[in-house]
Design a protein around this ligand. Sequence first.
Ligand SMILES: C[S@@+](CC[C@H](N)C(=O)[O-])C[C@H]1O[C@@H](n2cnc3c(N)ncnc32)[C@H](O)[C@@H]1O
Length: 251
Amino acid sequence: MSKRQPGSGYAIDSGFYGQSDLDSVPKSALNLSRGCGNPTGFAKLKTGEVVVDFGCGGGIDVVLTSIKVGETGCVFGVDFTPQMIERAKQSVIDAGFHERNIELLVADLTKTQLADCFADVIISNCVINLCPDKDAVYKEAFRLLKTGGRLAISDIVFTKGIDSQLHQRFQSTWSGCLGGAISEEDYWQTVKSSGFTKIKIVAKQNLTPEELEAMACCPGDKFTPPPSEEDRLLVEGKVASVKFTALKKLE
Ligand SMILES: C[S@@+](CC[C@H](N)C(=O)[O-])C[C@H]1O[C@@H](n2cnc3c(N)ncnc32)[C@H](O)[C@@H]1O
C-alpha cells in the first residue's frame, strides 16, 4: 500500500482489489473506500445469494457483491451514517444497478431491524474495529444469518499488548481504526462466544508504517488528526489487518 494522496480511496492504491474490480466500480465509490481488505474476494459469493454488508460506507463492496450474486441475488448495505448511505445509493445508481435487489439502510450494526435467519453471508470491511460493542455486533450477525450461513470479514486487531494509556490516546480519535481495535485473542473470543465456529484466517498482515498512519487517521486527516510520531512508532509491528471466514454451523 503506497502513501495516499489526500482524498484518495483506499481501494485505488491498496492492492486489495484487482483491476477488474476497480474497473467495475464507479469512481465515487472508489474514492470513498476506506476498507482494510476485500471481503468480496474471499467470501466465495454465489449467484442468487443474500448478502449483508455491515458498515457499507460509500458502497464499494455492495456494488462488487451485486456483480457476484447477480440479478437473482440480493444485497443489503447497512451503515449508521446517513450521508454514507446516500453516497452508497449514488454508487449503486452510477454502477447502473438501481433495478437490482439492493437495499441500503441507515442502522446501527447492533440493532439492524432486519429479519432473523435470512442472509447467506455477512461481509464487513474495516468496520467492527470501530464498534465499541463488538459482542453485540457479532450476535446481530449471528441472528441475521441462516443456519449454515457464513461471515467474511476484514478487520483490524492488535497482535501484541498495548499500554492502556497509549490505547486511550488512540481512543480519543475513536473514528480512527486503532481506537476501537482490540487484541486478536479477545477478538476471536468475541466471534466464538457469539456462536460462530470454523473460524478460518484467510490472511493476516502487519500494517506497514504507511498503512498504520492511514488507519490511525481514517477516514482522512481532515477529520481525524494523526497520532504523534512517538505514538505511531509505539504501535508499529503490533497492528494487523485480518481477513477471516466463520460459520453459523448447521444444527
Ligand atoms: C472505515 S469505514 C469502511 C466503509 C466500507 N466498509 C469500505 O470498505 O469502504 C467504516 C464505516 O462503518 C460505519 N460504522 C461504524 N460503526 C458503525 C455502527 N456501529 N453501525 C453502523 N455503521 C457503522 C461508518 O459510518 C463508516 O461508513
